[in-house]
Design a protein around this ligand. Structure first.
Ligand SMILES: [Fe+2]
Ligand SMILES: [Fe+2]
Length: 487
């Protein structure tokens, strides 16, 4: 039997699931492959398909050394199917079947539920590639361009991961769903992506960094929940995806951090102490901190919406079925069934924001969102340390969960960033104090000029502390050729 740590590159689709002996699935995937490449070429990074990009490719699932780096043209990237190794004797971690052996095949009674979850997860992966496809042209450096493309090819691989599950375990309807994943398009009026946040454009690089910090982190939490699945192939797939996902959040956190760093340095160099001296700060070609705060408000609130309703029967059903667990389910000390447990949920009752104890089973989404909020706070603290170190009096804050919501308890009301309920009038009047205005967007847009000289960076962002794969500062992460050069 093949060593699960290493990946078979002999079939057209690299994999560690022994596709060579699984002719039916191999054939189905080979049939899907040209459509995927067609999608990548039409909807992937615009103008850079001929360029050589210094990318990591997964060559094993060994946590200590799973990737190898090298130049590759993106359409020739070896997208593969990689599952974390099977755990001997793994059991279903939660719900009514807790403690029974994990399923290696789809349990009939949960087939529709499982398929839906896999399709929703799968739909987000290519969506973000579509949202980001124009960004290469305005990359602030080759280093950043390379990171963008790395995230993009890995989101492409995550699509493969979900398509493998659909084609291996869901027969004809799985194949149909796999085709639909290439048919829906971000922002398309007739056949949009499934979730709202994945139909919004990513217009500039600060949005990209915010997206990878806040929205990829929602993805991480969803994957964490699915990694707990009693359906073992889904769990193993998600566990390996999480390894890659860490880099996406690194790109977001350091991207925002380097933007903040540059702003603070320029303020200091020019003797500006007031972070609200916006026109002057902007005149030096950097993004003022209040605007960065507004972008954080926006992306954080849109990402909270992705967790769905605080009280949810669907979420309760998925947990009870053992299809989806809580964040770090195995480490939680309780009965993992939640028959009688309660969980505190922030609700809107009689026009007031109050904490209400609800059945824990119904509050699964809420709990995952709470875990997300904690997880998202870490990087924000590190951003604030950068500001503090430069001696500037400003703090980036995550807004109250009632602020700017379109899903769940608070979607019907307006609240300011501190969670104070306000009228629609006041919201409309003050919106631009809290969220990026058209003028803010135009200003950021005006800074989005490409800087493609190796080792150089656009005016608004600092260089990274260390290179990717320990490369020196002037390393040529992308060798640009083809359409991008003529643009
Ligand atoms: Fe992903
Ligand atoms: Fe990601």
């Amino acid at each position: 039997m093949a060593d699960l740590g290493s990946v078979d590159y002999n079939t057209s689709i690299p994999n560690n699931v022994n596709l060579a002996d699984d002719r039916r699935v191999l054939k189905a995937l080979e049939k899907w492959h040209p459509g995927y490449l067609n999608w990548w070429n039409n909807m992937g990074p615009d103008g850079f398909q001929e360029s050589l990009v210094y990318l990591r490719t997964a060559v094993s699932v060994d946590p200590k050394g799973w990737a190898k780096f090298g130049y590759v043209k993106m359409p020739e990237y070896r997208w593969g199917i990689l599952l974390a190794p099977q755990e001997e004797g793994r059991t279903i971690p939660c719900g009514e079947h807790a403690g029974q052996p994990a399923w290696q095949e789809v349990p009939g009674e949960y087939r529709a539920l499982l398929r839906r979850l896999i399709v929703i997860q799968g739909d987000t992966e290519p969506a973000s590639v579509e949202q980001q496809r124009h960004l290469g042209k305005t990359a602030p450096s080759l280093y950043d361009m390379r990171n963008l493309f790395q995230v993009n090819v890995e989101e492409g691989r995550h699509l493969w991961a979900m398509v493998y599950l659909l084609q291996k375990y869901f027969g004809a309807d799985g194949r149909e769903e796999a085709d639909q994943l290439l048919y829906r398009q971000s922002g398309n009026e007739d056949h949009p992506r499934m979730l709202g946040a994945f139909n919004e454009a990513t217009p500039d690089w600060l949005s990209f960094f915010m997206f990878t910090y806040f929205t990829d982190r929602d993805g991480k939490m969803q994957l964490e929940a699915l990694a707990q699945s009693g359906f073992d192939p889904l769990s193993r797939t998600c566990r390996f995806m999480l390894t890659e996902e860490a880099h996406h959040m690194f790109v977001g956190e350091t991207g925002v951090g380097r933007t903040i760093q540059r702003t603070c340095e320029v303020m200091k160099e020019n003797g500006i102490t007031d972070p609200y001296d916006i026109d002057r700060i902007r005149s030096y070609g950097v993004i003022d901190l209040p605007t960065i705060q507004k972008k954080a408000h926006m992306h954080y609130s849109l990402s909270l919406d992705l967790f769905g309703s605080e009280i949810s029967t669907n979420a309760a059903n998925a947990f009870n079925a053992g299809i989806k667990g809580r964040y770090k389910e195995a480490k939680i000390e309780d009965d993992h069934k939640l028959d009688s447990a309660t969980y505190p949920v922030l609700r809107l009752i009689d026009g007031k924001v109050v904490i209400s104890d609800e059945p824990a089973l119904s509050a699964i989404n809420m709990r995952l969102r709470d875990d997300y909020v904690k997880d998202a706070a870490g990087g924000v603290n590190r951003w604030n340390n950068i500001i503090k170190k430069q001696g500037i009096d400003f703090e980036i804050k995550l807004p109250h969960v009632a602020f700017h919501r379109h899903q769940g308890e608070f979607s019907a009301i307006h609240a300011d960033p501190d969670g104070k309920l306000i009228s629609a009038d006041e919201w409309n009047r003050r919106r631009d104090e809290w969220l990026p205005s058209k003028a803010d967007g135009d200003f950021i847009d005006s800074l989005m000029k490409p800087q493609w000289e190796a080792g150089k960076y656009a005016s608004w962002i600092s260089p990274p502390k260390v290179g990717i794969d320990n490369k020196p500062g002037d390393f040529e992460y992308v060798k640009i050729s083809g359409a991008a050069l003529n643009a």
